[in-house]
Design a protein around this ligand. Structure first.
Ligand code: CP
Length: 307
């Protein structure tokens, strides 16, 4: 079997605005009209071969909230610890009769690899540095809730762009919806090549800058990124990273109340964001993002497993 199903969600690259908006609209409708039996009798396998709190748990909560049964597998405690590959693991879980596979892996392209050998829908829950489409969808959901239509809005994505699947998925999603994206970070973590990462006919624009303070006042939202120490980016940041690129309490005070503060989590307190900024729930939308994750993942599961 070598095919990719239209019910797969492997990334936002190349996904049409209408399809992205369709998922967001369904998520919005589920706020008020989720019966709880939409996927009764179905089984959703969450195969997480890389650590996760938000994504794994919210896929589980989403499945339960739709009446489906979540089957949760991590590398530790499974036969992956004996050397079984991700694809072999997925094939075996699929043979048990599950309805969809949710896959997280450290390997960029790993979710697509699973999809190529699978007959059931595969949802990418984050694959290496490649994409994290459901994170971007929940970010888009919150941005739309707060800002309305994103066309012409200017969103800064700040920090470890090089290693961030969240940045890549957001870049594709934001531009598809007509937003302008400013990528901000040190030259070691974002360079000018990112300006041409998307086709020039895509709506919206993308620019790169190394001057966080220079863009702070002119953006509608700042999306802070975690320094991905597990992907060796710790070595690419200098001791003055926080001073130059952190959302410090001092920088946060320069933002107007309507300028949104996002972070996908988990947060390195005192590195990319000060603890006091994270703790100020009137100021940031970090937990709103987490709550939106359940709605968006419900919508994604319903797209993958039609009634
Ligand atoms: N944002 C995110 O993907 O968090 P987890 O790694 O905890 O799932």
């Amino acid at each position: 079997m070598d095919s990719v199903d239209s019910r797969d969600l492997l990334g936002l690259e190349g996904m049409a605005a209408v399809e992205i908006q369709g998922i967001l609209d369904r998520a919005r409708s589920l706020k008020t009209s989720c019966r709880g039996d939409e996927l009764t009798g179905r089984v959703v396998a969450n195969i997480f071969f890389e650590n996760s709190t938000r994504t794994r748990c919210s896929f589980e909560v989403a499945a339960v909230g739709l009446g489906a049964h979540p089957l949760n597998l991590s590398a530790i405690g499974s036969s992956a610890a004996k050397g079984e590959s991700l694809v072999d693991t997925a094939n075996n879980i699929e043979a048990m009769g599950v309805d969809a596979l949710v896959v997280r892996t450290a390997a960029s392209g790993g979710a697509a690899l699973v999809a190529r050998s699978s007959r059931i829908p595969v949802i990418n829950a984050g694959d290496g540095r490649h994409e994290h489409p459901t994170q971007a969808l929940l970010d888009l959901f919150v941005l739309q809730e707060r800002l309305g239509a994103l066309e012409g809005r200017r969103i800064a994505i700040v920090g470890d762009i090089l290693n961030s699947r969240v940045a890549r998925s957001n870049l594709h999603g934001l531009r598809a919806l007509g937003a302008n994206v400013v990528l901000v970070g040190p030259p070691t973590l974002v360079d000018d090549s990112f300006e041409s990462i998307l086709p020039s006919d895509a709506p919206g624009a993308v620019e790169v800058t190394h001057d966080f303070d220079g863009v702070l006042e002119g953006v509608d939202a700042v999306m802070m990124l975690r320094i991905q120490r597990e992907r060796a980016s710790g070595g690419a940041i200098s001791s003055d990273y926080r001073r130059l690129y952190g959302l410090t309490a001092q920088r946060a005070r320069r933002l107007r109340p309507e300028q949104l503060i996002l972070h996908p989590g988990p947060v390195n307190r005192g590195v990319e964001m000060d603890g006091s900024v994270l703790d100020d729930l009137d100021r940031n939308v970090v937990l709103e993002q987490v709550a939106a994750g359940v709605l968006v993942r419900k919508a994604v599961l319903m797209r993958a497993i039609p009634a």
